[in-house]
Structures are given as structure tokens and as C-alpha cells.
Design a protein around this ligand. Structure first.
Ligand SMILES: Nc1nc2c(ncn2[C@@H]2O[C@H](COP(=O)(O)OP(=O)(O)O)[C@@H](O)[C@H]2O)c(=O)[nH]1
Ligand SMILES: [Mg+2]
Length: 445
């Protein structure tokens, strides 16, 4: 861990050259950097000022907009400066070199600005994760979820649960310290019992979300399976809008899993094309078929494709839970012949006919499989682990209550549940968690 006595600087915006770019500086040397390199240097706090940025010799490097956040009233909780500069490489290099040449100034590490914000208590850990997810968001659903976390909606719920645990604990501790000899233990513990059960139900409810939040963040998996030559690779390419997989009329062309990431109706979806299912003795193809079956077993949604113009026994899908049956090559179907059953979707990967229906069916399928709630609380495995720990501790508290093991035992379990939520919120063990969380951040954030 590097001390906050360092002043850190980074380019916070994207690849160069760009029309404009943002350079971010945070730390005790911000005032000195402004005095030494900006003209005018008397910046009105948190106001945009047109300035010249100058190098150590006084030569002008750029004409920029500067915003000064003095004192602790900044994102990082320490003096900060944001420069909106022209995004030329020489401009950025000149400014970074000049500022890095000053005493006590160094380049920021990935996520270091947000790390300082968390350590200064300006941003909660779950909210900071929301910031990282917002920067990474590729789809509308990811963006909405990240914003909900960033705004503290999930953290607010975790905080409420944590407060309720502490108040149950206070009740219990009062009982341990001042036992009321006249009442039976069941009676005195009654208010605590009710709270524990309510909390346990709420946490179990959050955990029983079908992993929706994690899937929104990491992507839903969709597998395309079917016999060789059905047009599985063509279907993947049609969905992707590009030639991601090789398409030939030679059966057995696709032997390994090919995955593309798509934005389907606002959801990130990872679609995999698989080897055709058939009887074979070719060891490479056999391995491909084994992988196809494994991909189908792991997938959130399985599309079973066949060729409408060829007859295939449904038994090829034996052992695979197909969510949607697709009959491809509808362009080849002879008119008038009704070979398609109600449950299958006819389409043509070649002409694109019926593809909109497929996209809609996938979207409905992936969201319908999980219980849809507007804002899932859990977006990461870290959140799930912490809530599972809290749930287990509360279950154990419930057992201790049922078996009248005594207030001390119940209190110990409630303390464990509270600690799990404290870890989740970054109230304890924050240094350990920070390393893992911020390693995923980009520089300048
Ligand atoms: N007429 C027609 N041919 C198709 C269609 N989809 C795929 N094909 C052809 O069927 C053959 C096998 O396609 P491919 O995507 O490689 O099938 P895969 O083995 O299931 O991956 C290729 O010659 C494709 O051009 C379609 O919708 N209509
Ligand atoms: Mg193929």
C-alpha cells in the first residue's frame, strides 16, 4: 500500500489522440502544481476556469479547462485537480512529464483514485464496485445495474440489515448482562427470534435471485446445438452479424466451441456454437461433441437447431435440455407443407427471415429463467459469499434459539452475521478486499 502522502496523476480518459482528454491529479501537491504550472493560478473552487498549462520553463503546453477541488471536498477526499485538455499525444505527454517531474508526484495505479475515495469514506466499497462496473458496462442492463449499485441502493439494504443485526445484538447483550430471572428464556428471546427470522428470510430472498445480477454483469450463456450441417455456425454468424464461425457444407467442420459476445435486447449474452451431434468414431470430433454437451449443460439457454429440409430424429437431443427448438433453412421449405410444430421456430440463417423472433425468444428465455426483479442486490460472487456467510450464521442463531442454548450462543452467531455484512460493506478487512477489487479497475479511475 502506497501512502496518501503521494500526489497521484493519470490520464483518466481513453485512447489518444482524442478531441479532448481528462487528466486527474489528487494529493497534497495539487496546490503547488496549480501555482507552478497553471495561469491564472487563482482558481475558484469547483468552477471551470480557462487556463494555460506551462512546463517547468514556463512554455505553454496547452490551453485547457481546470477544476480545482481544494481540501477534502473532492471525490478522493483530498485536494484534487481535473484538467480537460486537448487530446494530442504531445500535449498529454508534456503535461504528464511536467507534473511527474515535481516532487512527491507519481503515476496513479489502477483504481487508485477510487481506492482513496473508499479509504477516505467518500464512497462505500459496494458503490465503488458499481463505479468499476459502470466503466465496464457494455449493455443497457449492465449500465442500469451498475448505476443502481453506484447510487447505493444495494449498499443501503445491506446497511439496514447490518443495523438490524446490531440492534438484535444489543437486546441479547442486555439479557446476558441483566438476566430477568422470572421469565422463561423462550419469552425473553421472543423479540430477537422474530427479528432473526425476518432477517434470515430477507437475505434468503436476496440470495434466491437465480443469480440474475451476476448474469447481468458477466453475461448470460446461450448454446447452439444440433446435428451437423443444420446451420448452427450460420446461426451464430447471423446473430453476431459477422463471420465468427466457419461455415461449410462439410459436416463436422465445427469441432471446438466458438463464443461471441452479443448485446441482445440490452443484455450481455455469450453465444456458443458447438460441434454437430452425430455418431462418429473420429476422436477429435468425439471430443467436440463431448464439449458441445458440456456447453449445453452449463448454458442458461439452449437452442436446438435442425435443418427443416432434412429429416432428423429428435433423439439426437437426448440428454440435452433444449429450451428452444429452431428449424433452420426455412428458405428451402417447400410451400404449403406444414412440417413445423407449434413449439419450433422456423427461420433462415441465410436470408435472415425469422431472426428477430429468435432474438426476442432468447431475450424472453434468459430473463424468464431467472426471477426478474428490478434491481438485484447481488452483482458479484463477493456479494454472494458474504450474504451466504450471514445467512449461515443466522440459521445457526435460529437453531441456538430453538434449542434454548442461551443468549451467549445466539449473540455469537449474530456477531458473525454482522461481521459478514461489515466485510461486504468494506467496514472491516477493507485493505484485503481493496487489493482484489481494485486490481480490476482501469488507471485514472
Ligand atoms: N439454404 C440455406 N442454407 C443454409 C442456411 N443456414 C446454413 N445453410 C448452409 O448449410 C450448410 C451448413 O451450415 P453450417 O452453418 O456450417 O452448419 P453447422 O454444421 O450446423 O455449423 C452450409 O452450406 C450453409 O451455407 C439457411 O438458412 N438456408
Ligand atoms: Mg458448424
Amino acid at each position: 500500500m502506497t501512502g496518501s502522502e503521494d500526489t497521484i496523476i493519470a490520464l483518466a480518459s481513453g485512447p489518444l489522440p482524442s478531441a479532448l482528454a481528462v487528466i486527474r491529479v489528487s494529493g497534497p501537491k495539487v496546490g503547488a502544481l496549480i501555482a507552478g504550472h497553471l495561469s491564472p493560478a487563482d482558481l475558484s473552487p469547483r468552477h471551470a476556469t480557462l487556463v494555460h498549462v506551462k512546463d517547468a520553463g514556463g512554455a505553454i503546453l496547452d490551453q485547457s479547462i481546470a477544476i480545482h477541488y481544494p481540501g477534502a471536498a473532492s471525490f478522493t477526499g483530498e485536494p484534487a485537480l481535473e484538467l480537460m485538455v486537448h487530446g494530442g499525444r504531445a500535449v498529454i505527454d508534456g503535461i504528464l512529464e511536467t507534473f511527474l517531474g515535481a516532487d512527491g508526484v507519481r503515476a496513479a495505479e489502477p483504481g487508485e483514485f477510487t481506492r482513496r475515495a473508499v479509504l477516505a469514506g467518500k464512497v462505500g466499497l459496494v458503490e465503488a464496485e458499481g463505479i468499476a462496473d459502470l466503466v465496464d458496462a457494455e449493455t443497457a442492463a449492465q449500465r442500469e445495474q451498475a448505476l443502481s449499485h453506484l447510487k447505493g441502493e444495494a449498499a443501503g439494504q445491506f446497511e439496514t440489515w447490518h443495523r438490524e443485526l446490531l440492534s438484535a445484538l444489543a437486546l441479547l447483550e442486555a439479557m446476558v448482562d441483566f438476566p430477568d430471572e422470572e421469565d422463561a428464556p423462550e419469552d425473553t428471546l421472543m423479540p430477537v427470534t422474530a427479528r432473526i427470522h425476518a432477517l434470515l428470510a430477507a437475505i434468503e430472498n436476496a440470495l434466491g435471485d437465480g443469480h440474475l445480477g451476476e448474469k447481468i454483469r458477466d453475461g448470460f450463456s446461450v448454446a447452439i446445438v444440433g446435428p451437423p450441417n443444420a446451420g448452427k455456425s450460420s446461426l451464430l454468424n447471423a446473430l453476431a452479424g459477422r463471420d465468427a464461425a466457419i461455415v461449410t457444407d462439410i459436416p463436422g467442420t465445427t469441432r471446438d466451441i466458438i463464443e461471441v459476445r452479443l448485446d441482445l435486447g440490452g443484455y450481455l449474452v455469450r453465444v456458443s456454437d458447438t460441434a454437430g451431434l452425430r455418431e462418429t468414431t473420429d476422436p477429435v470430433e468425439l471430443e467436440g461433441i463431448r464439449r458441445a454437451r458440456a456447453a449445453a449443460a452449463d448454458a442458461d439457454f439452449v437452442i436446438g437447431v435442425t435443418d427443416l429440409s432434412a429429416s432428423v430424429a429428435e433423439s439426437i437431443f437426448r440428454g440435452i435440455e433444449v429450451d428452444l427448438r429452431v428449424e433452420n433453412k426455412s428458405d428451402l421449405a417447400r410451400g404449403g407443407e406444414e412440417s413445423v410444430s407449434r413449439e419450433t421456430l422456423p427461420l433462415s440463417a441465410k436470408t435472415g427471415d425469422g431472426m428477430d423472433g429468435l432474438v426476442e425468444a432468447i431475450r424472453r428465455g434468459i430473463t424468464g429463467k431467472v426471477r426478474v426483479r428490478p434491481d438485484p442486490l447481488i452483482a458479484r460472487a463477493r456479494h454472494r459469499r458474504a450474504l451466504e456467510q450471514a445467512r449461515d450464521a443466522l440459521r445457526s442463531a435460529g437453531v441456538a434459539l430453538d434449542e434454548n442454548l442461551g443468549a451467549e450462543f445466539v449473540a455469537e452467531d449474530i456477531r458473525a452475521a454482522a461481521r459478514a455484512l461489515e466485510g461486504l460493506l468494506g467496514k472491516i478487512g477493507v485493505e484485503d478486499i481493496l487489493g482484489a477489487v481494485f486490481s480490476e479497475f482501469c488507471i485514472g479511475k
